[in-house]
Design a protein around this ligand. Structure first.
Ligand code: ADP
Ligand code: TYD
Length: 209
């Protein structure tokens, strides 16, 4: 059987990832493309428990413990969800993956790229996205969009933290132009969804040819 296709979706909080994921899942279902949506933090029973720990605003988690929890979640999902789905030939879309850890823990928390990459090697063992869709919105846009919502532990970090996350994503996109495609997330929801679908469908078809 043909191996599957591994894609990831990235962006700052409030960039519209959840909204775009809904559009994409509807298209994948309409086209009967076998798929698995992986979500981090979360994405599995164990991941769901780790997610609760990570996002609870009452917890004070040390930066290193936070980093290890994100990777514990990822290691579980790689073994239990992502690898088996790829072996079954599915399209796997991960709502956040190691680029998030590079941006939030490596850059914004200041733990460094090298440490994140070492843990990535251990946790993911070569399971890498072929294409990463980076939904770019400016921090000011995200702040405006999220004003109405209650904030989880990471979202409650200040504007400087979120500016560092944004800058880190910009750097990653510049560093990996072959893998990361930047999608302008400031446009109308439906226009963005069409763009994302074009990119995903092209990759899926290329895999078939
Ligand atoms: P994320 O999952 O990246 O945090 P969401 O999809 O939850 O982002 O979107 C955050 C907020 O912004 C929601 O209120 C959503 O309705 C709104 N939103 C999403 N996409 C757009 C868009 N293209 N234009 C304007 N508002 C948007
Ligand atoms: P997410 O569920 O994408 O947030 P939401 O859907 O509410 O926008 O992610 C939760 C938070 O976890 C988000 O603020 C980003 C953060 N995060 C990290 O700090 N490091 C990581 O490795 C991952 C995967 C997420």
């Amino acid at each position: 059987m043909r191996r599957g296709l591994f894609l990831s979706l990235e962006g700052i909080d409030g960039s519209g990832k959840s909204t775009q994921l809904r559009h994409l899942v509807a298209r994948l279902e309409a086209e009967a493309i076998p798929h698995l949506i992986n979500r981090e933090p979360g994405g599995s029973a164990v991941g769901g428990e780790i997610r609760k720990l990570l996002l609870d605003p009452h917890h004070h988690i040390s930066p290193t413990a936070e980093l290890l929890l994100y990777f514990a979640n990822r290691a579980q999902n790689v073994d239990e969800q992502i690898r088996p789905a790829l072996e079954q030939g599915k399209l796997v879309l991960s709502d956040r993956y190691t680029d998030s850890t590079l941006a939030y823990q490596g850059a914004a928390r200041g733990l460094g790229v090298q440490l994140v990459q070492q843990l990535h090697t251990i946790a993911c063992r070569g399971t890498e996205p072929e294409l990463t869709l980076y939904l770019r919105v400016r921090p000011a846009t995200s702040e405006e969009r999220m004003q109405q919502q209650s904030k989880d532990r990471l979202e409650a970090e200040g504007a400087r933290f979120h500016a560092r996350v944004y800058e880190a994503y910009e750097q990653l996109a510049a560093q990996y132009p072959g893998r990361i495609v930047t999608v302008d997330g400031e446009r109308d929801e439906a226009v963005i969804a069409d763009d994302i679908w074009r990119l995903v469908a092209a990759r899926w078809q290329r895999r078939d040819s």
